[in-house]
Write a protein that binds this ligand. Structure first.
Ligand SMILES: Nc1ncnc2c1ncn2[C@@H]1O[C@H](COP(=O)(O)OP(=O)(O)OP(=O)(O)O)[C@@H](O)[C@H]1O
Length: 623
């Protein structure tokens, strides 16, 4: 018999007990029923031996033959009932386990740092949460049970054969030697291709996802054929790997069929000679071959069950790789509550903040000191690639600072729970993501869950109305079903500016203490932008706002402007004052987007230095 699994596979699969625990009683019961059914099947040849050696060859009693036949019938019925019990017991708990694992994976994904998504593509995560978990569930409730039952049946059958005739039993067992050797080889080969197939399936899913998202770009640039070629190549690679799997499995199954059959043929010749020379009884010979017949299926199924186990191992590894990734932004052990919102608004302070993205050692922020006074609107200005988005993301703690601290009303954001922090700080990005849901649901997503639960339908309607009004998203009322129109991937497509306004409405619907906006109005015309900004000031009077701005029209509406340069804040003041005194600010506002010689972004990323300033612009610190 080939080795069931190696130590590391057993260890990996044992870790599944955490999720499988609720299913264990039923799986154990179902497994026991299957095992007893298999042992009953093995008992039938022993009854036959008694029948042949007793009533059939000696006494010739009809009653004894009928009794024996009835016993075989009874055992057969019992076996059938037990097999039915196994199916009834095991089918349901497996789906429950799969659901729990899937939900846990999703919950964990939500807790993982944003940086994780730089490492694992969407398709890979999709494959891990769907295909991989399906494979693991099938193995847990079927493969594992069958593997234990088949292995036990083979072992017990081998012992019975040895007891019936030691010589015949040994001949039969000789066949186990090449099978075990081939089993080791199979495990090595199959483990590699099983993992490769799962990784390639994830890559293929990523290709589909990217192509669907980028379908307009592909069509506009006439690159559909290239995408198809790329996809076909990946699909071919996956097919080749699946064929490698099938070949390895069929080699193993072939060995598990012809080796036992060959040894059985040898044992048959030897057995007839032994019976003829009275070294084994006729009943014993019948029982031996009947036992071998019962063992045929379990032996042949071992190849398939081993393959299932190794597939499940690959799926488990991929699942655990995600689950083992520590949530870098974990809640503190002893969280501090944010103080109640002060009357005039919340104070936000960045104190000597440093930050490097996980994939590089280059610091994007190199000691940022910045204070947002309660209720003020501050615009953040800097060259493209200078780190504005990065800085913004530190406030709601989408990333953690690598040095210094971000304080909200004097409390370090790392000391409060993410739930509390995100209830206080709302964000809207330049590229707004909306979900496949109604406009109303998209907007209400910005209201913390417990506050939403306490709202009456009228209050939530009013919150949606005000938020859409402030975001100048009146177009929503002209959609086919007004605020109930489903938008997003499965619904109506909105223009870039419309999506930005719904995303902005979502950010303000919860009346946050702090609003962080990453150029959220870039797709709006200047007049609408001014209206939106004016609305924000009126309705969110006490909200402290940090907004990335690229246009003079945006900064002109802010109370103060901060200039981000070379990873530091080199100037804070009113727009007009900075224009008069800060050459870099003047340059950024007049040349934004031009970035001659690509010095801002490219130089920073490629060369590893900070975003550079063109040579003709004097440098220095201006406060
Ligand atoms: N996930 C990431 N991993 C590694 N580097 C990153 C990551 N995100 C951003 N960067 C790098 O950090 C630097 C700052 O990027 P960021 O997006 O904060 O700039 P920005 O000032 O907001 O630019 P823009 O005005 O063009 O939006 C850039 O050099 C960018 O390449």
């Amino acid at each position: 018999m080939p080795p069931a699994t190696d130590v590391s596979t057993t260890r990996a699969l044992l870790r599944l007990v955490r999720w499988a625990r609720p299913a264990v009683p039923r799986v154990l019961l179902g497994g026991s029923a299957t095992l007893v059914a298999s042992l009953i099947a093995l008992a039938v040849p022993q009854v036959m031996r008694g029948l042949v050696n007793g009533p059939l060859l000696t006494e010739g009693s009809r009653t004894a033959v009928v009794q024996g036949a009835l016993l075989v019938l009874l055992l057969g019925v019992l076996e059938a009932v037990l097999v039915w019990c196994r199916r009834a017991l095991i089918a349901t708990p497996g789906t429950g386990v799969e659901r729990t694992m899937r939900t846990d994976l999703f919950r964990h994904l939500l807790d993982l740092p944003v940086a994780l998504h730089d490492r694992w593509s969407g398709g890979q995560l999709l494959q891990r949460s769907m295909g991989d978990l399906h494979t693991v569930r099938r193995w847990m409730v079927f493969g594992l049970v069958q593997l234990v039952v088949s292995s036990t049946t083979v072992l017990v059958g081998a012992v019975l054969m040895l007891v019936t005739s030691p010589l015949l039993g040994l001949v039969y067992l000789l066949g186990a030697v090449p099978v075990i050797l081939l089993g080791f080889r199979f495990r090595q080969d199959y483990r590699v291709v099983a993992r490769r197939a799962r990784d390639q399936a994830g890559d293929l899913a990523t290709s589909v996802e990217e192509s669907v998202h980028g379908i307009r770009v592909l069509k506009a640039f006439g690159r559909g054929d290239d995408a198809l070629e790329d996809f076909a190549r990946q699909a071919d690679e996956l097919r080749d790997t699946e064929l490698d799997k099938a070949r390895a499995q069929s080699r193993m199954s072939f060995a598990l069929t012809w080796i036992p059959e060959t040894t059985l043929a040898v044992a048959l010749g030897l057995g007839v000679w032994l019976a003829a020379t009275d070294r084994v009884s006729v009943g014993g010979l019948v029982a031996f071959f009947a036992t071998a017949a019962v063992m045929t299926r379990p032996v042949e199924s071992l190849g398939h069950l081993l393959a299932m186990t190794l597939d499940a191992r690959a799926g488990t590894d991929r699942f655990l790789e995600v689950m083992d990734t520590a949530p870098a932004l974990a809640d503190p052990e002893r969280p501090v509550a944010l103080p109640p919102a002060p009357a005039g608004g919340t104070r936000v302070e960045l104190r000597d903040v440093r930050f490097a993205h996980g994939t590089t050692t280059r610091e994007v922020l190199r000691g940022v000191d910045l204070v947002l006074e309660p209720g003020e609107t501050m615009a953040l200005v800097g060259l493209t690639g200078s780190g504005k988005t990065t800085l913004l993301q530190l406030v709601p703690r989408l990333y953690d600072v690598t040095g210094g601290a971000v304080l909200v009303d004097g409390v370090d954001v790392r000391d409060v729970t993410r739930h509390d922090l995100r209830g206080a700080v709302a964000v809207a990005f330049e590229d707004p993501i909306l979900f496949s849901a109604s406009v109303r649901d998209n907007v209400l997503m910005g209201v913390p869950a417990e506050r939403l639960a306490a709202m009456s339908p009228e209050e939530s309607d009013e919150a949606v109305r005000v938020a859409l009004d402030v975001a100048r998203a009146g177009f929503v009322h002209r959609l086919p079903h007004g605020v109930d129109t489903v938008i997003g991937e499965e619904g109506l497509s909105l223009s870039g500016g419309q999506r930005q306004r719904v995303a902005l409405a979502r950010a303000i619907a919860g009346r946050p203490r702090v609003l962080v906006l990453d150029d959220p109005l870039s797709a709006l015309d200047v007049a609408t932008e001014a209206e939106v900004t004016d609305g924000l000031r009126r309705v969110l009077r006490d909200t402290t706002t940090l907004v990335v701005a690229h246009r003079t029209s945006t900064v002109a509406l802010a109370d103060r402007v901060a200039v981000l340069e070379d990873g530091r804040i080199t100037g804070v003041g009113r727009h007009t004052d900075l224009l008069a005194t800060h050459p870099h600010y003047r340059y950024v506002l007049t040349a934004e987007g031009d970035d001659p010689a690509g010095e801002g972004d490219e130089a920073a990323t490629e060369v590893g230095g900070p975003a550079a300033v063109p040579r003709d612009v004097p440098q220095g610190v201006h406060r």
